[in-house]
Design a protein around this ligand. Structure first.
Ligand SMILES: Nc1ncnc2c1ncn2[C@@H]1O[C@H](COP(=O)(O)OP(=O)(O)OP(=O)(O)O)[C@@H](O)[C@H]1O
Ligand SMILES: [Mg+2]
Length: 330
């Protein structure tokens, strides 16, 4: 598989002071859905803005679809679609008119545009409301329109910056379905940023965790999780004494109290360790009321690499989300 995007020591320093990107090297293959995950200020939007040639790098460069972002920015722009975080469609036009306008902007021949617009509208189930003014759209409809507006000129690569920010959980999962369908049917490479771990987990086949402008880890969600080396076993015991004895289980990397009579054991591999724990329990005549195994989540991976939970960054995000919601409702 050939790389469709390759960054080469991509660096961005704002105003001579803020190093937002620090020798970033990532390689994205054709046909991938690639997720950029990182806390606030990690450099995600900066990366996107550089790749879509909205801003210029301080040093280093990137090749996007065979074109250099510094030397051939015009060609780069023609071959990509961008769905920015902020809404861009015109509320005083219908959905169809909005898409028509985009097609004219990109000089797509009228017949071809018509066909493509109809195809896109039906892909995201907007055919029935295509002639309605966008201001009458629900938040979810509007986001779907924004999504396909980035695809009218048949780009090879689609950039999605926070595609579901401000949507409720149900509408968000619906959006995921559409994004997946688009990727499969239109054969487009997708790069997305998100501060929803579940979203990156559900959509991206490869993920880069970035922080302070550097890549901390790259891999599939499964690879990142298995690199953590450690599963969690949660046990609730019948008595305090039973819990105390289980805490001394020798095969654990780590043993912690986890509430009344509950023990949290971190083990190398739960599949191998579980039978031994059960042996230990019966060998010591302990009584157990509950036993569960927890495989690491992307949350744990994120915590391990960045040292902070993505949710602790919520204040800025929810503020932004509230603003977006207001805009969506208007
Ligand atoms: N125009 C700018 N001028 C100066 N500093 C900037 C500018 N844009 C971004 N920065 C800084 O660069 C760093 C990276 O910002 P960026 O917006 O790329 O992060 P992000 O990962 O998208 O964060 P968020 O999750 O909050 O959107 C931050 O320290 C930010 O304050
Ligand atoms: Mg951002």
């Amino acid at each position: 598989m050939a790389a469709i995007i390759e960054t080469r020591n991509l660096t961005k320093i704002y105003g001579g002071k803020v190093k937002a990107l620090d020798d970033l090297n990532i390689s994205i293959e054709e046909g991938e859905v690639y997720g950029l995950l990182g806390p606030n200020g990690a450099g995600k939007t900066t990366t996107i803005n550089l790749l879509v040639t909205r801003i210029a790098p301080t040093s280093g460069t990137a090749i996007v679809n065979g074109f250099d972002i510094v030397k051939n920015s015009l060609e780069v722009r023609k071959s990509i679609g961008v769905v920015p975080q902020d809404l861009t469609t015109d509320e005083d036009l219908s959905g169809f008119e909005n898409l028509k306008m985009v097609s004219q902007f990109y000089d797509v021949p009228a017949e071809e545009a018509k066909e493509r617009i109809h195809k896109l509208l039906s892909m995201v189930s907007l055919d029935d409301v295509k002639d309605r003014l966008v201001r009458q759209y629900s938040g979810g409809m509007r986001k779907r329109l924004e999504l396909i507006a980035g695809l009218v000129h048949d780009p090879k690569i689609l950039f999605l910056d926070e595609p579901t920010l401000g949507l409720d959980v149900t509408t968000r999962t619906q959006m995921w379905k559409y994004v997946r369908e688009i990727q499969e049917k239109l054969d487009v490479t997708i790069i997305l940023t998100s501060h929803y771990l579940e979203e990156v987990d559900a959509l991206a086949n490869r993920i880069s965790i970035i922080d302070h402008g550097k890549v901390l880890a790259t891999g599939t969600s499964e690879e990142l999780k298995s690199n953590l080396k450690g599963d969690i076993i949660l046990a609730t015991m019948k008595t305090d004494k039973d819990a105390e004895t289980l805490m001394k289980y020798p095969g654990a990397i780590e043993a912690k109290e986890n509430g009344p009579r509950a023990v949290r054991l971190k083990v190398q591999n739960s599949d191998e360790e579980l039978p031994k724990i059960i042996q230990y329990i019966s060998g010591n005549s302990l009584s157990i009321t509950r036993l569960t195994v927890q495989k690491p989540t992307l949350d744990d991976v994120f915590l391990e690499y960045t040292g902070s939970e993505i949710r602790s960054e919520e204040p800025t995000d929810s503020r932004q989300e509230m603003m977006n919601l207001r805009r969506l409702r208007r």
